[in-house]
Design a protein around this ligand. Structure first.
Ligand code: PA5
Length: 350
């Protein structure tokens, strides 16, 4: 497929996000309801395009959560697990070594597992060991299945009876996203194209904070994977305790600053300082903000905008947004050529 055709397809996939969020939610609810229990602790387990689903939902839950929640992007679990621990295993392909290894540890420790996947070994193991599973549509690049997986995860939490206000916040935000997406129907010159141009020839630095941490990380990762672009993320307030000491004007970077209608006053002050410095030193930067009714509404819109910026940049650079050339080899390396998946299957008991 040509770059142009891939760009067009990727753009269309993003414009279909609200439908995917809803479809995922509807499938998730039933799965959650079928196995309801009250956990003491929650772990979201996943890597890359699936792991970010845990980050996004964890940021959505943060202001209203009732349970300590961890996002794990590693082979080992961050805390001890028992039968009061809800472990949601997120892997679009179902074959990611780190995720399967963590899932095997959770399973052998007695954790209550749920899976969200399109198939692969995870689906197989879940079928054989009675793990409630939400099946998402097959045949997508994992990072483009994020809306469906986010919907599925919130659906499971709602079905389990532990989503609280998040269910309403989410469904209302999805409605409002449908309207927002209409503004991007024409792919000519809009905000995504304008911002992507500022990144050409420069390293992108996404500045995130509070509930927009996951969103800034999403932008960084989408720029890496879709646009094959060097991109990093910096999080506030932490950056003011290290990174800012090295803050020097540079023509080689372009900052993308996420502003929110829900910024705590100290974060606003820090962001104002950053914008002031960038402006006065003539550095390249963009500020991203959107009109929203709630912080969840804001997150969904900014995730969409981030995705579109990455696709616009892929188009401007002439690279394939849907193809990956290095990640598949790294996946082999990180699984020790499949030996870690075999080990995980054995730990589950075959
Ligand atoms: O977007 C991608 O293709 C990657 O970031 C994958 O999501 C990552 O390699 C993990 O794979 P999976 O989502 O299948 O578990």
């Amino acid at each position: 497929m040509s770059v142009e055709a891939e760009v067009e397809m990727a753009w269309r996939l993003v414009l279909g996000s609200s439908h995917l969020y809803k479809r995922g939610f509807e499938s998730g609810v039933g799965v959650g309801e079928s196995a309801a229990f009250e956990p003491k602790l929650i772990i979201f387990l996943g890597m890359g395009g699936s792991g970010i689903v845990g980050d996004i939902v964890s940021d959505m839950m943060y202001p209203i959560h009732r349970h300590p929640t961890y996002v794990c992007k590693d082979y080992t679990l961050p805390v001890p697990v028992d039968d009061k621990t809800l472990v949601i295993v997120l892997s679009y392909s179902g074959n990611t070594a780190e995720t399967l290894t963590g899932a095997a540890e959770a399973y052998t420790s007695g954790g209550r597992l749920f899976a969200i996947t399109s198939g692969g070994l995870l689906d197989d193991l879940a079928g054989r060991h009675g793990i409630p599973t939400v099946k998402v549509a097959k045949g997508m690049e994992p990072r483009f299945a994020v809306p469906e997986m986010v919907g599925a995860l919130i659906g499971v939490l709602h079905g389990l009876g532990i989503a609280g206000k998040l269910e309403r916040l989410f469904l209302t935000a999805v409605e409002s996203l449908t309207e927002y997406l209409r503004g991007f129907e024409k792919t000519a010159e809009g905000e995504p194209q304008r911002i992507s141009k500022t990144l050409l020839g420069r390293v992108a630095v996404a500045v995130g904070h509070t509930h927009l941490r996951s969103v800034s990380y999403r932008l960084k990762s989408q720029l890496n994977e879709n646009a094959k672009h060097p991109s990093y993320v910096t999080q506030l307030p932490e950056a003011f305790h290290n990174e800012m000491e090295s803050w020097r004007p540079s023509q080689h970077t372009s900052y993308i600053i996420f502003r929110s209608s829900y910024e705590p006053p100290a974060i606003s002050a820090a962001l104002n300082w950053i914008v002031g410095e960038l402006e006065s030193s003539g550095q390249s930067y963009s500020v991203i903000r959107t009109q929203s009714k709630t912080y969840v509404d804001e997150m969904l819109k900014l995730i969409t905008l981030s995705d579109l910026i990455s696709i616009s940049l892929a188009a401007a650079k002439g690279v394939h947004p849907l193809k990956l050339s290095l990640i598949p080899s790294f996946r082999r390396l990180l699984s020790l050529d499949g030996r870690l998946q075999d080990l995980a299957v054995r730990r589950f008991g075959g």
